[in-house]
Design a protein around this ligand. Sequence first.
Ligand SMILES: NC(=O)c1ccc[n+]([C@@H]2O[C@H](COP(=O)([O-])OP(=O)(O)OC[C@H]3O[C@@H](n4cnc5c(N)ncnc54)[C@H](O)[C@@H]3O)[C@@H](O)[C@H]2O)c1
Ligand SMILES: O=C(O)[C@H](O)[C@H](O)COP(=O)(O)O
Length: 390
Amino acid sequence: MTKILYEDSIPKAQEYFDGLGDVASFPSGNLAPHHLDNVSMLVVRSTTKINQATLAGNHRIAFVTTATAGTNHFDKAFLAQAGIAWNSAAGCNARSVAEWVISALLVADEQNRIDLANATVGIVGAGNVGSMLAALLTAMNIRYKLCDPPLQKQGDQRALVALDEILTCDVISLHVPFTAAGVDATANLLSSDELNSLSQHQLLINACRGEVIDEPALRQRMQQPDAPTLVLDVFDDEPDIDMSLLPLCFLATPHIAGHSVEGKLRGTQLVYEQVCSLLGQPVQKQLEDFLSTVSPMTVDAEELTSDTLSIAQWRALLLPIYDIREDDKHFRQSMAQSNQFAALRKAYRVRREISSCTLSIRGKLHKNVQMQLKAIGFKFESGCNNIHSG
Ligand SMILES: NC(=O)c1ccc[n+]([C@@H]2O[C@H](COP(=O)([O-])OP(=O)(O)OC[C@H]3O[C@@H](n4cnc5c(N)ncnc54)[C@H](O)[C@@H]3O)[C@@H](O)[C@H]2O)c1
Ligand SMILES: O=C(O)[C@H](O)[C@H](O)COP(=O)(O)O
């Protein structure tokens, strides 16, 4: 019988894998050689490094997958040489991260760090997260530019710009994988030159991997009086991060941008489907089987009378669903006592995505506003036909 071993931080993994083989778990971040006895399929999240040392000469493992988007915890050269197939849950948490960025933008606008209605958001990395962020910004009528040299070389048809042009945008948001080698390597993509080119009127956001910004150079830049506004979800050397960065951040969170309930569960769904496919088994479980429904949000159409939503109206609608300030506050308070980075991630609260929310509209909504709300991900109560067109 196939033995499937999964990391115990993967939500609903037991329920998903049940019936597909001999299923066992190991404690998150503590994979030991004895856990791997007879294992042929290994399912992890990003806190478990997969390399020669962690697989320790195990010859049975044929497949390793991660219920996350990032794969930089996999030593791919080793996996290729060892003949071990691998996969990931690409795209699982794109909406979660994009909603985290939108929350940061709405808060930065409220505190006059940026003028969001007139801002251009520069997105570095036009993959799953970057594209989802672009879609949400489009719904909100906010301008953006995309930069992605690898996709540009592959003939991507979108208008892609160079990193230099992104660095002149009001907001710079990083969504690239961490890669150490190659012509498009992202290690220290932003170093002292790039950081020094930024002004105090710009907002820099990193929700991909800490190593994409040269952290010592960032610390130095942030100590200058004309430093940009900084929002970080990721750091060098997690979980043993340099805590001196926190006071330099406008907003900071402990690598939870992708940790919505849906983001994590989609990760489990995707790795489950991969295991089913390799075992030649039908996919019998679906995300909806495991997601609880969220009570509809009542919205008074009188509060949304214009034909397009203002930034203040978006703030009133979206921050009750996810307000990044709650995570920022909890992070800073917890870290003031000791480094609790790993524990905070493990015990992260229940956070639902806009896509889980149904709106119940009181009164008549302008058609364009309804389209904007749909485009950002809201559903409408069935039978809701109180729409007017102008
Ligand atoms: N903070 C979080 O919770 C969280 C959640 C999801 C993903 N991530 C991180 O964000 C990264 C991006 O996620 P994704 O799902 O969009 O991945 P993705 O693979 O779908 O997209 C990444 C994009 O970056 C592009 N890219 C690569 N090198 C580049 C470079 N030098 N300059 C510009 N673009 C470049 C790629 O061509 C690709 O299109 C992941 O690899 C992961 O490390 C973090
Ligand atoms: O790469 C990803 O998908 C994200 O960084 C993800 O949030 C990592 O989550 P972890 O496995 O560390 O909980």
